[in-house]
Design a binder for this molecule. Sequence first.
Ligand SMILES: Nc1ncnc2c1ncn2[C@@H]1O[C@H](COP(=O)(O)OP(=O)(O)OP(=O)(O)O)[C@@H](O)[C@H]1O
Length: 636
Amino acid sequence: MARRALPLTGAHGRRSRRGDVVGMSVLTVLLVAFPFLAPPSVTNVGVYALIYALAALGLSLLMGLAGQVSLGQAGFFAIGAYTQAVLVTRYETNPVLASVAAVTVTMTVALLVGLPLLRLRGHYLALATLGFGIIVTVLATESEFLGATSGIFGVPKPQFNARTYDSTTEYFLLLVPVVLLGLLLARNVVESRIGRALGAVNDSEVAAESLGVDTFRLRVQVFVLSAAFASVAGTAFAHWLGVINPNAANFPLSVSFLLMAVLGGVGTVYGAVVGAFAVEGLDDGLRRLIPELVPGAVGEVQLIGFGILLTVIMIFLPGGLHQLWTTARRRLSGSDLAAGGAPPDGGPAPAPDDGPLLARESRAPAGTPLLEVQGLTKRFGGVTAVDDLDLTVHAGEIVALIGPNGAGKTTAFNMVSGAVVPTAGTVTVAGTRVEGRKPHVAARAGATRTFQNLQIFGSATVLGNVMVGRHLRSRAGLVGAALVLPARREERAVEASARELLDLLGLGPDADRLAVDLPFGRQRLVEVARALALEPDLLLLDEPMAGLSGAERRDLARLLRRLRAGGMAIVLVEHDVEAVLALADRVAVLEDGVRIALGTPDQVRHDPAVIAAYLGVDPEDSTAVAVAEAGPGEAR
Ligand SMILES: Nc1ncnc2c1ncn2[C@@H]1O[C@H](COP(=O)(O)OP(=O)(O)OP(=O)(O)O)[C@@H](O)[C@H]1O
């Protein structure tokens, strides 16, 4: 399971508003005092640090939230800078209006670039973004309109109320509120429904998708947001330097942004600012030091210095300076902050109530077909894992899918939930065709799942895991999240309903612990709670009993009965045949991908073909079948 170096927030699910206010206040005081305390040459370095911090912040969001590395951030920086320079110098546009236009242009380009590029992952995406940066550099170099290699001169220092901000100190102070606003917006996004969903995607894309998160759409959104940050930085850069040339898009600058984000701590919003100051300080230091150490050395030597630094950080401090900070805090407070306190031991069992659970008026009446599978087939090369499967599951019933190892249960299950594309056949969930589409489509239609191999969101608390399950039951988008106000009330409601569900499943005392710190059986329960948070009409459970103790199995079986009584349809793949026969209304049996039986537990229990499949006796041999019927036991 992919995990980012550090949780972006208090382990998405727990906010620290007081910490935010203190952090922002301290940073504001430090930044405002900086130009008055530092000598002018250092303030000059500080101006660059503030400008670059914005671009690094965007990159940090992209890497921390969307898990994507971009080597082309300078490309967006340059697009912002060039657009600003053109509008201000050629069309005498008001600088503020020009900035709005520059950011809009950059975001549009990012959208157009992101739509095809973000289908790539990992190194491929990094290489593609590198290519994008190179294209921008070449276009700027070759374009006469953009001044070719010389670039565009004469971008004036900004003026407000007939006052020109042309001293280093003034420009620094002008940038401080812009950077603080950028931090605030970024922080809001990280703490929002969108940030939580992206954090989940980083931990387990398939699980996040199954809870209704449209991962591609979110990635594109963060990519565009990240470019917007770079663009704002570019406009500030153009006014500060007064000239913009193709160097603004070049690879070393993208590497610098990457270094700032990584050094500060990927995904941590304050880290980008700290990283920018650290890198710019080092850059200045290396610029002075290297010519003394290596006579005649030029820029490339500095780049090597950065390369070495980046490597050392990745090896010894993958969480960047933020990691140092959190470790120090943890040591000072003598507690494990991420874990959210001492683990309770075991926690109480689910409530003993046996009434219907999660019933609601909008549910389809019992007996309504919610899942219709027709002719579902999957071939892996020469292996036909599932062969022409038909199955209908109705509201208010539990259907079990059983069969010996390799029978095709998981493959069938994965095709129904959207994780595997069928070779043939259809899957309809509550009237929506979902076969071959991403799992979030099935989730939107009302179906979600748990996993045989647990897919817990490792960087999140138990509460954070379950809050992701509320993704489709909340609405705040990226803009709403950035502006926080419309989203705050919704967030409180999401947290309250997630806590309610945790209490219902006896997980309340574990709510603020990291989910991965829980024992295996309780992690399974977290997955069930997370799935239930979506309020599904169809719940797909892949081996939910595996790894549970006897008491936990009984509790889970009772929970499923209560959900069925509440009108939910449940499909479970399970190896514990006795448990299944005691729980399910109907049982479908697969062997070598073929459905060999479908009926009530009693019918299936005595079906000679089923007995033969499990025990290897000949269904025509009545004596062997009679002996086998005496007790099929567990399949494994
Ligand atoms: N990605 C894959 N590539 C190739 N073959 C696969 C793939 N996934 C499954 N298979 C094959 O398809 C068949 C069905 O596998 P599947 O995992 O669906 O069975 P299962 O009933 O869930 O088994 P188990 O109970 O062991 O989990 C097996 O022969 C398996 O080897």
